[in-house]
Every structure is written in structure tokens, then in C-alpha cells.
Design a protein around this ligand. Structure first.
Ligand code: PLP
Length: 415
């Protein structure tokens, strides 16, 4: 067998790795050993244009001084992928830039970002206020799972300042809302809510999943932003991933909980999210434009009882939305078709064109039915209190040609 130079004898690689260059090559090395110790090829002088996906669970140290330096923070380095890896760091930096935040970390899902915030920040006896109209699973996480850890909550209407004090006590540590609520796309006055929270010593956290680029809650006074990166940011329904942004100090304080509960994003999903993020501005702006055109069309359609879209002058929060959203009103709208039967007919007629797939944020337009999917975990009474009726269909508008989408809807609404 031809013997290639082992890394221990290779000067350039040895220097790159800070190894002893003259470490002697082993005299005998069977193929069994060679299989598990492949050659370290010479470090190239060029870099890949696209960063690689670092699969490694663990990182190698030179010696004990090196391990001390990395743990002590005097030398940069990774140790164990559950604590951090280059892909998660790259995505964190991109999310921080997107949100004008000091720092951000990538988590294994949008729910993991929320769980990281709650588990990293709250303790038994604390209280959290929740904006009405949150994603269904967020409500379940707080009402059922956090309750088991002794964290209490109360619900207020983020669009009604008269309710903001509801339930707030000295134990209230966090207030959690969405930039655009789900599924009725209400838009709270975030700067005013942030001011209120600051006056009460409560940290405001905003799930900005529906409004990347068009809203920057941290600049409006929020302490934390969460994202289901799974949605618009990754953008292709092929990665389940999330992110939490905040100050350097806040993110550093939450990081240990992310490691303990095993919530770090994996390298492959980070790479997919980074790839998606490169086209986020193009995709999202186009989808916002499509959404505006379609909302205006659907609002005038005789078979649609009501269109909920903050870009319509008829929307209850149009004024606030115009003030706080920049460059579009988002890609989510909800239409009321009056009954479950009408919603079902609409969904069936669109099969093969617009999928009934209970998520959002894909390049392709998809639709969902809140009663049977995202808000299924709530009781009927809870749903009705939120205005979620069986005739509601939520549309996540994509980047197709708007005229084609309009034709699809026209066909599906035809009598
Ligand atoms: C607004 C919002 N926040 C959070 C989540 C949870 O995100 P993930 O599915 O990535 O855990 C979702 C999921 O649909 C969502 O719509």
C-alpha cells in the first residue's frame, strides 16, 4: 500500500494545527488503524466560498493549556456541539443583524427559542403575562408546561392598553406577545407596550415570526425577540429551527439552559436556514406585495365574509400597522368564509394548486385552518373568545405570480 504523508510529518499542517512538526510517523500502521485515523490533508491557502457544515460533535485540543484557554475564554474555540458550533454561531450573527440585536442564538425550533427564554429566565413563583392571540402551542407551553414548574400566567389584550395591567404583580417578570397575532393578524402598539413594560420592570419578549424585516421589536424597546426560523427566514419548509435575540448579557445568561435542555440547533438545519436567509429580503418583499394585492381582491369578493390583513384600511389596526411596520404588512392573511363547509370546499378546490399544509412562510402559498390545526389544542370556548371560528382560513402568501394566485382563488370561491 502506498503510504501518504501522515499529518504528524507534514510541516504546513502541523504548523496550522500547532502540533509538533517532527513527531515521528508510526512505524507500523495497520489498515484497521488507518481507517479510523484518516490523513489530515494539508491546510489549503484558499477558503471555501460557502462555509462547510461542521458535523463534529466534539472539538480537538492541542493540550491542557489549550483546553484551559478555551474554557476560560482567552482563546476562541468550540468544545461540544450541544453547547455551540460554527453553524449556530453564523446563524446567530445573522439573526442578530436582522433584528438589530446585540446577540442571538440558534435553537432547535421556534418553540425551543421560547422554551429557552422561559427556562433560562423564569423560576418557580414567577409570573408571565401573555398577549391574547398567540400561536396555539405557545399558549399550551405556558398554560400547561410552565405551570408544572410553578410559573403562573395571565392573559391580556395586546391591542387594548386598558387591559395591560391585568394580572401584573410584583412577581411578573416577562410579557410575551407577537408582532402580528395569529390568526387574526392584529398589530399591537409595540413601542407603547414596551414603555408600559419598562415602567413596571417587566421584560418584553416579542415573537417576530410573522414580521422579519418589517418590524424590529428590540429597536422599539423589547428585551427579547423569538423567531420560528422554520417559517419565512428559512423559507422553504425544509428546516425546523428557531432563534432567540437580545442583549449580549441576556443571551449569555440563557445559554446554559439551552445546553442543559438540549435545545441548540443542529448544523444541517443552520446551513439550510443560512441559505434561506440569503434570499429572505427578496422573497419576503415579493410575498408582502402579493399579499396586499390578494387581500384587496378578496375583500371585494362576494363569497368572502371578511378579510383580516393589516394592510387593508378596513383592518382595525391599520393605523398602528402603518406606523410600526416598514416596507409591507406581512404575508399572512385570514379570510372568513362563514362556515366549516365553505372552508372545506375552498380547501378541496385548491388541491393541486395551493396546499392545505398547516405551517406558513414557504416560497409557495399555503393555507391552513386554525380551528382544526394551530388552535386545535384550545377549547371551543377559548377559540370563540379569540374570534377563531370554523369558517376562518389562514393564507400564507408566497412568491408566485399574483395574477395566478388571484385566478386560483377566483376558481375556488366560484359558486
Ligand atoms: C408565530 C409562531 N411562533 C412560533 C412557532 C413555533 O415554531 P416551530 O414550529 O419552529 O417550533 C410557530 C409555528 O407555527 C408560529 O407560527
Amino acid at each position: 500500500m502506498r503510504k501518504t504523508a501522515r499529518f504528524r510529518n507534514d510541516h504546513r499542517t502541523a504548523i496550522a494545527m500547532n502540533l509538533e512538526p517532527n513527531t515521528p510517523e508510526p512505524a507500523h500502521e495497520s489498515i484497521d488503524t488507518r481507517c479510523v485515523r484518516p490523513d489530515r490533508v494539508t491546510e489549503p491557502t484558499t477558503r471555501p466560498l460557502v462555509p462547510g457544515i461542521e458535523w463534529s460533535v466534539v472539538y480537538e485540543f492541542r493540550d491542557l493549556d489549550h483546553v484551559d484557554a478555551v474554557y476560560g475564554g482567552t482563546e476562541a474555540g468550540y468544545v461540544y456541539a450541544r453547547d455551540g458550533h460554527p453553524g449556530a454561531a453564523r446563524l446567530g450573527a445573522q439573526i442578530a443583524a436582522l433584528e438589530a440585536a446585540e446577540a442571538a442564538m440558534a435553537t432547535s425550533s421556534g418553540m425551543a427559542a421560547e422554551a429557552a427564554l422561559f427556562l433560562g429566565l423564569l423560576r418557580q413563583g414567577d409570573h408571565i403575562t401573555l398577549g391574547k392571540g398567540l400561536y396555539g402551542r405557545t399558549q399550551v407551553l405556558v398554560a400547561q408546561d410552565l405551570a408544572r414548574f410553578g410559573v403562573d400566567h395571565s392573559i391580556f389584550d395586546p391591542c387594548d392598553p386598558d387591559t395591560w395591567t391585568d394580572g401584573v404583580t410584583l412577581a411578573t417578570k416577562l410579557c410575551f406577545v407577537e408582532t402580528i397575532t395569529n390568526p387574526l393578524v392584529r398589530v399591537p402598539d409595540l413601542p407603547r407596550l414596551a414603555e408600559f413594560c419598562q415602567s413596571r420592570g417587566v421584560a418584553l419578549a416579542v415573537d417576530n415570526t410573522f414580521a422579519p424585516l418589517i418590524a424590529r421589536p428590540i429597536a422599539m424597546g423589547a428585551a427579547y425577540v423569538t423567531h420560528s426560523v422554520t417559517k419565512m427566514i428559512a423559507g422553504h419548509s425544509d428546516a425546523t429551527i428557531g432563534a432567540l435575540a437580545g442583549s449580549v448579557e441576556a443571551i449569555a445568561a440563557i445559554r446554559p439552559a439551552v445546553s442543559s435542555f438540549g435545545m441548540t440547533a443542529n448544523p444541517f438545519e443552520c446551513a439550510l436556514a443560512l441559505r434561506g436567509m440569503a434570499t429572505l429580503p427578496l422573497r419576503f418583499r415579493k410575498a408582502c406585495e402579493n399579499a396586499q394585492v390578494l387581500a384587496e381582491f378578496l375583500e371585494l369578493h362576494s363569497q368572502v365574509d371578511r378579510v383580516h390583513y393589516p394592510g387593508l384600511k378596513s383592518h382595525v389596526d391599520y393605523r398602528i400597522a402603518s406606523q410600526i411596520l416598514e416596507g409591507g404588512f406581512g404575508t399572512i392573511m385570514t379570510i372568513d368564509l362563514g362556515s366549516r363547509e365553505a372552508a372545506n370546499r375552498f380547501i378541496r378546490r385548491l388541491q393541486g394548486r395551493i396546499p392545505f399544509a398547516p405551517s406558513l412562510g414557504d416560497v409557495m402559498t399555503t393555507l391552513s385552518h386554525p380551528v382544526t390545526t394551530s388552535h386545535r389544542g384550545l377549547t371551543e370556548a377559548q377559540r370563540l373568545a379569540l374570534g377563531i371560528t370554523p369558517g376562518l382560513v389562514r393564507l400564507s402568501i408566497g412568491i408566485e405570480d399574483a395574477a395566478d394566485l388571484r385566478a386560483d382563488f377566483e376558481m375556488a370561491l366560484g359558486v
